[in-house]
Design a protein around this ligand. Structure first.
Ligand SMILES: NC(=O)c1ccc[n+]([C@@H]2O[C@H](COP(=O)([O-])OP(=O)(O)OC[C@H]3O[C@@H](n4cnc5c(N)ncnc54)[C@H](O)[C@@H]3O)[C@@H](O)[C@H]2O)c1
Ligand SMILES: O=C(O)C[C@H](O)C(=O)O
Length: 305
């Protein structure tokens, strides 16, 4: 099932461009001049760490005429803020389940970063128990209020939330495999950057969006480079761990953890990530955590006795 495309934010424009104006029922309010079709984008989870910059990107996109920002908290402020940007689209904020229908109604594209993110030490799959239900409920509403919308799934674990969305839409009779994307753009960006720094290259990435399911195809990179096998292995692992590098940038979930740091006149200027670990090192990291955690707790307990 071709559900794991990746689309970069600039590619979203080509998706938006392809969206024809849906036949509007008589009396529906057009928001745009005849020359540029009306296109509504809804962001579900719009007040979050991903949702807010995404809302900004969509507001700056001239192809968007209506922008619906939905969340279960904090949307009015985000919508007011983004709405001050003097571009074409009309922004409306919606908050809470009873406003979800209005947020979705008539949407051409729905982007979903709703749900909890990983904490250090977690895998994307650890988010399943919370995010699966969120995604299922949001997709049920999409099937009801904007069944023809293109849906971009950001919420993790993408490897499971995209199939959840697909099953919800199949049950509703609205499923179209060409209109459901798992957003794995970051894997492509990472593969390109790790492979060639700032140089303009292309590296296809296929499979899923977690660990070894992320498969960069460096042999198909353009321009071609003859990489030694060990370099390809290291680049592949670094790309697969790219998200974890971000999430672990506080290194681990432990409050105290000896790390690589950059020192300056004010002490620690920067805590550096762990970087790519070999399998042996990854195993060692998991083994040390319980003992270190117990020692930390012993000290904290003593100090508070
Ligand atoms: N696919 C990717 O490349 C990618 C990249 C970054 C983050 N993510 C995932 O995106 C998700 C969000 O990450 P974040 O950093 O923005 O987290 P965040 O906690 O900053 O924001 C999540 C937002 O979702 C909202 N939310 C929670 N339940 C909701 C519901 N039922 N309906 C609508 N909104 C709801 C929260 O109120 C919050 O505003 C996480 O699952 C994260 O793993 C995926
Ligand atoms: O890794 C994460 O948890 C967030 C996202 O999927 C990423 O790849 O950055």
């Amino acid at each position: 099932m071709l559900y794991h495309f990746y689309i970069q934010s600039k590619k979203l424009s080509s998706v938006l461009r392809s969206v024809k104006t849906l036949a509007k029922p008589a009396g529906a309010r057009g928001y745009s001049s005849e020359s540029v079709p009306d296109r509504k984008v809804a962001v579900l989870g719009a007040a979050g760490g991903i949702g807010q910059p995404l809302a900004l990107l969509m507001k700056l996109n001239p192809l968007v005429s209506r922008l619906a920002l939905y969340d279960i908290a904090n949307t009015p402020g985000v919508a007011a803020d983004v709405g001050h940007i003097n571009t074409r689209s009309e922004v409306a904020g919606y908050m809470g389940n009873d406003q979800l229908g209005q947020a979705l109604e008539d949407s051409d594209v729905v982007i979903i970063p709703a749900g909890v993110p990983r904490k250090p030490g977690m895998t994307r799959d650890d988010l399943f128990n919370i995010n699966a239900g969120i995604v299922k409920d949001l997709c049920s509403a999409i099937a009801k209020y904007c069944p023809n919308a293109i849906v971009n799934m950001i919420s993790n674990p993408v490897n499971s939330t995209v199939p959840i969305a697909a099953e919800v839409f199949k049950k509703a009779g609205t499923y179209n495999e060409k209109k459901l994307f798992g957003v794995t753009t970051l894997d492509v960006v990472r593969a390109k950057t790790f492979y060639a720094g700032k140089a303009n290259v292309n590296v296809p990435v296929v499979g899923g969006h977690a660990g070894i399911t992320i498969l960069p195809l460096f042999s198909q990179a353009t321009p071609k480079a003859n990489l030694a096998d060990e370099d390809i292995k290291a680049l592949t692992k670094r790309t697969q761990d790219g998200g974890t590098e971000v999430v672990e940038s506080t290194v681990t979930e432990l409050p105290f953890f000896a790390s690589k740091v950059r020192l300056g006149k004010n002490g620690v200027e920067e805590v550096l990530g762990l970087g790519p670990l070999s399998d042996f090192e990854q195993e060692g990291l998991e083994k040390l955590k319980p003992e270190l955690k117990a020692s930390i707790e012993k000290g904290v307990k003593f100090a508070n006795a």
